[in-house]
Design a protein around this ligand. Structure first.
Ligand SMILES: [Zn+2]
Length: 123
């Protein structure tokens, strides 16, 4: 985690000047491994980046569908690929929702930095 990055206590919402080395909140005394990152600008830039990935993926899939129909392809892999439009669309909507939600922003987890398709490599 970046030293200059602000963090937020996942228990009480306290935002300390810096995260204590013991990972214990000075405000509520709760220890947590899971401190939220409290930095709207970095969160928004990550979400904008993911938004672009999703638009790119959906565009490629639209071209893929058009090509499959035009060439009357029966390649099952290429047809299966279109299923990726589902997580891409969901992710796109979540990105838009997050980017409009600055007022409701309460910090984020490190895991938001990974786009959804990174988890595909784990299958
Ligand atoms: Zn706390």
């Amino acid at each position: 985690m970046d030293k200059d990055m602000k963090v937020r206590c996942p228990n009480c919402g306290h935002v300390p000047i810096r995260l204590s080395p013991t990972h214990k909140c000075q405000e509520c005394g709760v220890f947590s491994h899971d401190w939220l990152i409290y930095d709207w600008d970095s969160f928004a830039s990550v979400r904008r980046q993911h938004l672009k990935y999703n638009i790119l993926i959906i565009s490629v899939l639209v071209i893929n569908i058009i090509a499959l129909v035009m060439f009357e392809s029966s390649n099952p892999f290429l047809w299966m690929l279109n299923a990726l439009a589902i997580p891409a669309t969901i992710s796109l909507c979540l990105c838009l929702k997050d980017l409009r939600g600055e007022a409701k922003y309460k910090g984020h987890k490190v895991s938001v930095f990974l786009p959804w398709f990174m988890f595909l490599s784990g299958f």
